[in-house]
Design a protein around this ligand. Structure first.
Ligand code: GTP
Ligand code: ZN
Length: 194
């Protein structure tokens, strides 16, 4: 469950902290190129972590009935998130599919991409982000099933640490019909993996 979130980031606090980090790494925060950096980082974080101040209901606003109760899948939604362990990016693609309920309730296609961003723009681990997207769709659209597959490269594994560029992490979350029916799941996977 989402905990209550602050209205916006505390820019002054971020700026103070970033200045401290610059000093701690042995930089001069007052040199030309760095003077504006704390304020820039505060603005960047406001954007990068905007999802902390959003709920799925904020973006899944358009729900309408169509005469379609079979799979809808949006593939290759670009995703940028921030690894909560190292605060460096991980990025890749998300594939989000669902089977509308008997009433044929669907949402706008762009709303699925917006939903991905609600959870990507937070300090994250890929597994949790994947489940959160699936659970939010189940709750709001009450579909017969949801499948979310996310493939990402984690910069904490490529630019530092173990340094394995190209390694991809693939996570999936299946709910409802996608969980219960191997055939339905296989159909979705064949559309995702091409
Ligand atoms: N399961 C999971 N692990 C992640 C994710 N993002 C980063 N990690 C891992 O989190 C772990 C943190 O491990 P620690 O040993 O606490 O940190 P560390 O010493 O910086 O680890 P190394 O990255 O191996 O140098 C690392 O193995 C990362 O690869 C994620 O989305 N999911
Ligand atoms: Zn990391």
């Amino acid at each position: 469950m989402d905990v209550e979130q602050p209205a916006s980031v505390d820019s002054a606090r971020i700026e103070k902290a970033v200045r401290e980090i610059l000093i701690a790494i042995g930089e001069d925060p007052d040199r030309d190129g760095l003077q504006e950096t704390p304020a820039r980082v505060a603005r960047a974080y406001a954007e990068q972590f905007a999802g902390l101040r959003q709920t799925p209901e904020d973006v899944l606003t358009t729900v309408f009935d169509v005469d379609h109760d079979e799979m809808v899948l949006v593939r290759d939604i670009e995703v940028y998130s921030t690894c909560e362990h190292h605060l460096v990016p991980f990025h890749g693609v998300a594939h989000v599919g669902y089977i509308p309920n008997q009433k044929g309730q669907v949402t706008g296609l762009s709303k699925l991409a917006r939903l991905v961003d609600v959870y990507a723009r937070r300090p994250q681990v890929q597994e949790r982000m994947t489940s959160q997207i699936a659970d939010a769709l189940m709750r709001v659209l009450e579909p017969r099933g949801v499948i979310v597959v996310i493939e990402c490269e984690h910069l904490c594994m490529t630019m530092r640490g173990v340094r394995k560029p190209g390694a991809k992490t693939i996570t999936s979350a299946v709910r409802g019909d996608f969980r219960n029916s191997e055939k339905t799941r296989a159909e979705a996977m064949s559309l995702i993996i091409h």
